[in-house]
Design a protein around this ligand. Structure first.
Ligand code: KIV
Ligand code: NA
Length: 266
């Protein structure tokens, strides 16, 4: 199976929904890859892997290391890497330098960055220079301090209109796709209808052109799960049970058993 391309993802606008999940490690990428169209190396790895309180302290070094691991662990999905906070907002040139480093060091097909109209010039700058950009509007976690929390966006008509204008600005600037996170369903529906590129929802709407979730959330592996997450398994519970059994057997000297020890060959 050949790896999907950015144009193939773009062509899914209004068609078969795009299946996207986060991946941070090679092994998880291997497991997700056959089922997904896009693997996102999200800066959510700050909380999920590194125990940080937000995504703000995530570094470009970390994104490059995890991005390379996910590319090595996949052969089918398009791999996108988040540009972390502080690596792209200052200028289009800063964004290009960071994105070019990500592309060169990881082999990813594109980058994702957060923000609306203020980032449109940057999206155009990168897109016109061979770096496919996925936008991210609505609830943008890197702006948690400005937003005052992780609550759903677009509850007032003015805020809904601003998010829609942000989405249009990023799409018009040449983004090949757009993540819309944590907005009222009608806002996500309106954006999906309004822009030419595929809209990938998270806490958004089934009407979007695709969906993304944090893998650890949907597997029941992370401690805090937002309302919009459907948990498809309880891996935390299963890991606890398995480790409790191991601990019991070590303490009872029933592990290792006959099958797990080396003996002289007969
Ligand atoms: O970092 C991340 O995981 C993301 C997705 C939730 C869209 O940006
Ligand atoms: Na992110």
């Amino acid at each position: 199976m050949k790896r999907l391309t950015i144009p193939a993802i773009q062509a899914r606008k209004g068609g078969e929904p795009i299946v996207m999940l986060t991946a941070y490690t090679a092994r998880m990428a291997q497991l997700l890859d056959p089922h997904c169209d896009v693997l996102l190396v999200g800066d959510s790895l700050g909380q999920v892997i590194y125990g940080l309180p937000s995504t703000l302290a995530v570094t470009l070094d970390a994104m490059c290391a995890h991005g390379a691991a996910v590319v090595r662990g996949s052969y089918h999905s398009v791999v996108l890497v988040d540009l972390p906070f502080g690596s792209y907002e200052a200028s289009p040139e800063q964004a290009f330098a960071s994105a070019a480093r990500v592309m060169a060091e990881t082999g990813a097909a594109g980058v994702k960055l957060e923000g609306g109209a203020a980032m449109a010039a940057t999206v155009a700058f990168l897109s016109q220079r061979g770096i496919p950009v996925c936008g991210h509007v609505g609830l943008t976690p890197q702006a948690v301090n400005a937003l005052g929390g992780y609550g759903a966006r677009g509850r007032s008509a003015a805020e809904a209109a601003k998010i829609e204008a942000d989405a249009r600005a990023i799409a018009d600037a040449g983004a090949f796709a757009l993540v819309v996170e944590g907005v009222l369903e009608p806002v996500a529906q309106a954006i999906t209808a309004a822009v030419a590129c595929p809209v990938i929802g998270i806490g958004a709407a089934a009407a979007c052109d695709g969906q993304v979730l944090v893998t650890e959330d949907m597997l029941g592996l992370f401690e805090r799960t937002p309302r919009f997450v459907k948990t498809y398994d309880d891996l935390a519970g299963r890991i606890s049970a398995a480790v409790a059994t191991y601990a019991e057997e070590v303490r009872a000297r029933t592990f290792p058993g006959d099958d797990q020890v080396y003996r002289a060959k007969a």
